[in-house]
Design a protein around this ligand. Structure first.
Ligand SMILES: *Cc1c(COP(=O)(O)O)cnc(C)c1O
Length: 688
């Protein structure tokens, strides 16, 4: 095989995105083109010339990486007899060069799919080709968020158009209202796993329908329900056209739940009654619900549902009214909105939230669906999220772990035994590791803000306690909480001996004015005395910015209102880098926090779902700000700056050691996917 062919084979499998050596290889092929296209191997390959490829050193590296790729592809499955699974999700966070995600849900789906690939599961994923995926964020000189939608060209991505035997695009049709849309798909490969990305943006559709798969979570309800018909119904029709007959369907969040209607249609068309079809669909479907935010669940007004589902119902043995009943808490109440989550719960055999608290909250949220059951018996369990460590662990951290852990990263990183030897690493070595990763981040951040339009210059101290805060700027995540009391905050930031500094990143939804105001507020504070240069707002939070922040921050700050954090995964990414969480006890953190491997803000979330009014929120905000300041002033900052004769903060390093041995295996995506296989995908399933 020629060097070019090998490079193409590697570039065409997203394995390269979580393999540092492969990534570095493409960077070496053509550094400028690689970086200019958002770290894209395809861009590097398009730009490279023959001469460069003929370089024997490069060719040798290509051979080595290709051999590693082949070994990955030929490795046997780690789980025997896993059922064949089709996984549906609206968004996937795979890599910064493929912006098909807006936040945590997508990143989780990407990590799930990658871990399924690593485990060698029989697994197929279905999503959307979002050509204008989520926006590129920049700031104007006043800190106003600007949203741009640079179009993604699938021809320039590691994607191939799915074709039929005549080498024409394979297309399936989906009725939408009184129209019909033709859906095609692009295939991405992650190891042996195929991810099919549905696409309506082609010449076979009228302009009014082409845009349906272009953007994420925009447009009105009509566009949304149509998008969801494309995902659920179109996705299953595509799998069938490819001859795919999985044993289990995993609907990840409600957006894709129409897939269950399509499964019912198939069964009823082969002669089953409605009751039989319902029971059979339930046997083969599992459902994951994430959001405790009531507005986060798609709801469609009865009239809209009737109009938009009319065409689909004309192909279905059931009427629009029959279909509508599956999405209502009270099936007989035709004034109720149709809720996708209710559909998912009604037609699945098992359902889960994404952390223990989130599962309990979901039980309360959907209690009315199960009038005969006590809240504790509502059949929604939990599988706590985890992160794909190869994606999120920085290359220098991988090198460090290779020396100081015991076992095989590829196969054993989800086991406590793999991480246990870190308990024996001496203080100075661990502290040098932390300092090196911090310095790497500060260089990156300084450079990043220098390229922004915002008037903001970094003045970062390589030895100062560095806090990272990156997430969507939804208001319940309370990004500016640390600035509640500006004098108290200034005392922390401007301390001559023991200063702190903070790096923010995050996008607000383009329609979320309050979230955008948070960005402006942080910008304004960053211009004030005592904060200048030490409070930075990095534009365009994406997977690259995320990787840098989670690897370099000493403290990962997380302070949402309880119990709004479904799981949160960014805090899980810091542990392997020796970063420590300072977090509200919500989402995953109560399961990870021992009292000595990080810090808590405020009391534990009770898992009681009682959304507060504005007065209650104000009280909660004040209490949590007080707790945050107290933790920083009395524990976090003193521990960081109390050094022994070697210059090492002993108590701090002890916390690091604990976090590094305990958290990465427990909150790894491999552990998570193994849990899904054992408790959700395998039959028969006991209700969790
Ligand atoms: C990890 C990650 C998320 C999800 O993390 P949260 O803790 O839920 O905010 C979102 N976006 C990016 C880019 C990430 O890397």
């Amino acid at each position: 095989m020629t060097t070019t062919k090998k490079l193409e084979a590697i570039a065409n499998n997203l394995w390269w995105t979580w393999t540092p050596r492969a990534r570095t290889l493409f960077e070496q092929v053509h550094p400028e083109a690689f970086a200019a296209a958002g770290n894209s191997p395809h861009a590097a390959l398009r730009a490279v010339d023959e001469e460069r490829l003929a370089d024997p050193e490069l060719a040798g590296e290509v051979d080595a990486v290709y051999d590693a790729f082949k070994a990955y592809m030929e490795a046997p499955s780690e789980i025997s007899d896993a059922p064949e699974t089709a996984y549906f999700c609206m968004e996937y966070g795979l890599h910064e060069s493929m912006p098909l995600y807006s936040g945590g849900l997508g990143v989780l789906a990407g990590d799930h799919t990658k871990a399924a690939a690593d485990l060698g599961l029989p697994f197929t994923a279905v999503g959307m080709l979002l050509r204008e995926g989520y926006f590129h964020q920049s700031f104007d000189e006043n800190g106003n968020q600007q949203a741009n939608y640079p179009p993604l060209d699938p021809e320039k991505q590691p994607l191939s158009l799915v074709t039929n035997p005549d080498v024409e695009p394979l297309r399936v049709s989906v009725p939408l209202g009184d129209a019909t849309v033709q859906v095609q798909a692009w295939e991405a490969k992650l190891g042996h796993v195929s991810l099919y990305l549905l696409d309506t943006d082609h010449e076979g559709n009228p302009e009014s329908l082409r845009g349906l798969t272009r953007r994420l979570y925009q447009g009105g309800d009509r566009e949304r329900i149509r998008q969801e018909l494309v995902l659920g119904v179109g996705g299953l029709r595509l799998l069938r056209a490819l001859g795919n007959q999985p044993d289990v369907y995993h609907a990840n969040e409600g957006h894709c739940a129409f897939l269950m209607f399509e499964l019912m249609r198939e069964l009823m068309e082969t002669g089953h009654t409605q009751a039989e079809a319902e029971a059979a669909v339930r046997q083969e479907s599992v459902f994951t619900t994430h959001t405790p935010v009531p507005a986060g669940h798609d709801r469609f007004a009865p009239k809209l549902f009737d109009t938009e589902m009319a065409g689909y119902a004309s192909e279905h043995p059931l009427s629009v009214d029959d279909l509508a009943a599956y999405g209502r808490v009270n099936p007989d109440d035709d004034t109720e909105e149709f809720v996708m989550t209710v559909l998912g719960l009604n037609l699945s055999r098992a359902a889960n939230g994404v952390s223990k608290i989130n599962g309990r909250v979901a039980q309360q949220q959907w209690d009315d669906l199960y009038p005969d059951l006590e809240v504790d018996d509502v059949p929604i369990g939990s599988i706590t999220n985890g992160v794909h460590l190869p994606t999120w662990t920085a290359a220098p951290a991988r090198d460090f772990l290779a020396v100081h852990t015991d076992g095989d990263w590829a196969h054993e990183r989800h086991t406590p035994e793999f991480w246990a030897p870190l308990a024996e690493v001496d203080d100075a070595t661990l502290w040098a590791y932390r300092s090196k990763l911090r310095a790497r981040l500060l260089n990156y951040a300084t450079d990043h803000v220098a390229h922004q339009s915002l008037d903001m210059e970094a003045d970062l101290d390589p030895d100062a306690l560095t806090i990272g805060f990156a997430r969507r700027f939804a208001t319940y995540k309370r990004a500016p909480l640390i600035f509640t009391d500006l004098d108290r905050a200034r005392a922390l930031f401007a301390d001559a001996e023991r200063p702190i500094q903070i790096l923010f990143a995050g996008k607000a939804h383009p329609d979320d004015e309050a979230g955008q105001a948070f960005i402006r507020r942080i910008y304004e504070i960053s211009q004030q005395d005592g904060f200048r240069g030490r409070v930075l707002m990095l534009e365009n939070y994406n997977m690259e910015v995320g990787r840098m922040l989670v690897s370099g921050s000493d403290i990962w700050l997380n302070n949402p209102r309880r119990p709004m954090e479904a799981s949160g995964t960014s805090g899980q990414k810091v542990a392997a880098h020796g970063g420590l969480n300072l977090s509200v006890l919500d989402g995953w953190w109560p399961e990870g926090y021992t009292g000595t491997n990080g810090w808590a803000i405020g009391p534990e979330a009770t898992g009681v779902f009682a959304p507060r009014g504005p007065a209650g929120q104000k009280k909660e905000d004040a209490r949590d700000a007080e707790s945050l300041y107290t933790q920083l002033e009395t524990s976090v900052v003193p521990e960081f700056y109390t050094r022994n004769a070697e210059g090492v903060p002993k108590a701090w390093v002890n916390r690091m050691r604990e976090a590094m041995t305990e958290l990465p295996p427990a909150f790894s995506a491999k552990r998570m996917v193994i849990d899904y296989v054992n408790t959700m995908y395998r039959q028969p399933v006991e209700q969790v």
